[in-house]
Ligand binder design. Structure first.
Ligand code: FAD
Length: 567
């Protein structure tokens, strides 16, 4: 059997290695148009900033090492320019010699990846404008910084690559502005969870511009580039375009394979395309969303590597299936970590799901042991069943671990009730006896079983002007003095039982505390005494973060349903 693989990085190299492990006799030819195979694309930003200083660290395998370990015929700088599906041959151009030749196959695996999606705008070809996909792209950016010594960079697009590059540009000494078309960074996070990230980035000196997009780029002398946005003009010496990716599926289109409307290659669960002798994996393929079952494009290294292995299995007669992707992703932003898995509010709404949401603010480990910091965690669950739909977290310690547990729980089809039952590793330096994931389970269980009702930061404006509502803030006097809602009455939690005379039993009591814990306790006291009450999900902390964001973004008039906190 002869298997030809197009693309020698995540999916392609993974497929080649698995094929060889399963079939020592197979002839395996791997075509890669670049110079490198199996390289660390996820590590590229850190070479720009200097965190990774050894070029060799970026290349996990050389063509020679891969060949000697797996006996794969690796052909670098060779681009497949056509697939003759009927003849089961690919046409290849040797980019070094210019020679064009055909290579036959029994089975073909496509892992061509995705290319940066670059807007077709005036001036986009300026040499100061970069994208980041490959090792040569990385060297080009690093060389430009070393030779031209730019003082400032504008990053168009605030997704994962944009943010990683922001950190690394700062590390390289540049002042950085990020321009984002929507109202928040990191699209896998909801707006409220992203607000803390925005605040942190501004503290790090990164300027953020939202709801804006470039229209044109104009050279200003030898050094500067003017970036005409819809609403303002910026000047920088370096621009990075990181506005997402699109499937590199031209070859598949030319071969008549079935594509979706975004150009993603359509496969079945065995990763077989519309041609039974051709498999496709990685960023170029459409996948089923693990939770909604809907077709989606999710460009991540984990799914690409797994799919490469699954395609190889199927070619070797093992009927493995790819069960879909849930988009688990994690990001380092200076010292902060942001992570997400599954659905967020936008995608859950688009899927037509009836969902609830819960927030916690738990210590990463026992607070008496040095180094603990709080994790902001948000989980979406299906109302009624409690099925877990998605999770997001930001913080400085232990974020990845909690999101990995939640990603696993979602994969296992668990409900929020079952989070309470998880027995997770505990010792003071690592966690608490009730881990933040257990705590989230308790919070959602309380909601699902009607132990407490909650309202959200975006309800507070309406509630505070509703004459049928009384707002109680159960934080300490000191906390209250540092910032509170004008309409709120301060009754610190320890005094609540003695202060019931201050409450209007005819009104709905809306309770606020810092994180949502004390307000929950207050609600349990009040509801057992017959009051109609609810508490602020995520607490004043989350509300203030969102309000601060609206102030910084200069959009206090934005119709978010809330107002700025008054001190
Ligand atoms: P790729 O790994 O991109 O490989 C495709 C290869 O195919 C390319 O080398 C290309 O040259 C070659 N090719 C294409 N067409 C042809 C042709 N006609 N002939 C020959 N060769 C061809 N994902 C994460 O999960 N976590 C991260 O932290 C993360 N960080 C990233 C950081 C950066 C800067 C980038 C660019 C990506 C990052 N990703 C990350 C995404 C991850 O790298 C991709 O999801 C993954 O590499 C996709 O694998 P793939 O095999 O589909 O494509």
């Amino acid at each position: 059997m002869k298997v030809v693989i197009i693309g020698g990085v995540a999916g392609g190299a993974s497929a080649a290695a698995r094929l060889r492990r399963l079939d020592e006799q197979a002839k395996i030819v791997l075509f890669e148009r670049g110079e490198y195979i199996s390289y660390a694309n996820c590590g590229l930003p850190y070479y720009v900033g200097g965190e990774i200083s050894d070029k060799k660290a970026l290349t996990l395998q050389t063509p020679e090492s891969f060949k000697s370990r797996f006996r794969v015929d690796v052909r670098i700088r060779q681009e497949v320019i056509a697939i003759k599906a009927e003849e089961k041959r690919v046409t290849v151009k040797n980019l070094s010699s210019g020679m064009i030749y055909d290579e036959p196959y029994d089975k073909l695996i496509l892992s061509p990846g995705a290319e940066p999606s670059v807007p077709d705008l005036p001036g986009i070809d300026d040499p100061r404008i970069f994208t980041l996909r490959t090792i040569p792209d990385t060297y080009a950016i690093r060389n430009f910084i070393e030779e031209k010594k730019p003082a400032s960079a504008v990053i168009i697009g605030g997704g994962y690559i944009g943010l990683e590059m922001a950190e690394n540009f700062v590390a390289a000494g540049l002042s950085v502005t990020i321009v984002q078309r929507s109202d928040h960074l990191i699209p896998s996070l909801d707006y409220d969870m992203a607000c803390g990230v925005h605040h942190y980035l501004r503290q790090k000196g990164v300027k953020l511009i939202f709801d804006d997009t470039p229209l044109a780029f104009r050279p200003q002398g030898d050094e500067n580039l003017e970036i005409q946005l819809k609403k303002q003009i910026l000047t920088a010496q370096l621009v990075l375009i990181s506005t997402g990716v699109r499937p590199d599926s031209g070859l598949a289109r030319g071969a008549g394979l079935r594509l979706n409307f975004r150009g993603g290659i359509v496969t079945d669960r065995h990763l077989q395309t519309s041609n039974p002798d051709i498999y496709a994996v990685g960023d170029a393929v459409e996948v089923r969303h693990f939770i909604t079952g809907q077709p989606v494009m999710i460009a991540l290294a984990g799914p690409a590597n797994k799919q490469g292995r699954i395609a190889a299995d199927n070619i070797c007669g093992i009927p493995s299936v790819f069960n879909g992707s849930q988009g688990s992703s994690v990001l380092k932003i200076f010292e902060m970590t942001a992570a997400a898995t599954g659905l967020n509010e936008k995608t859950a709404q688009a899927a037509g799901l009836d969902f609830g949401k819960a927030y916690t603010w738990s210590a990463s480990h026992a607070s008496y042991y040095p180094g603990a910091s709080n994790i902001s965690l948000k989980v979406l669950f299906e109302k009624g069943t409690g099925r877990l739909l998605g999770a997001q977290a930001t913080g400085f310690d232990g974020v990845d671990k909690r999101l990995d547990v939640l990603a696993t729980a979602i994969r296992a089809g668990m409900t929020a009730y079952e989070l309470t039952d998880l027995e997770l590793c505990y010792a003071p330096p690592f966690s608490s006896a009730k881990d933040p994931v257990n705590m989230m389970g308790y919070v959602i269980e309380n909601l699902l079983t009607g132990k407490v009702e909650q309202f959200y930061w975006h309800d507070l404006d309406f509630l505070s002007s509703d004459p049928r509502v009384q707002i109680i803030d159960v934080r300490s006097e000191r906390e209250f003095a540092a910032g509170h809602l004008e309409e709120a009455i301060n009754i610190p939690l320890p005094q609540l039982r003695m202060s019931l005379d201050k409450l209007d039993a005819a009104k709905r009591i809306c309770v606020i505390c810092e994180s949502g814990l004390r307000s929950y306790i207050a609600c349990r006291i009040l509801s057992q005494k017959g009051y109609d009450c609810a508490h602020l999900a995520g607490g004043w902390r989350l509300y203030a973060a969102v309000m601060q964001e609206q102030l910084c973004a200069g959009d206090a008039g934005r119709p978010r349903g809330s107002r700025l906190p008054r001190d």
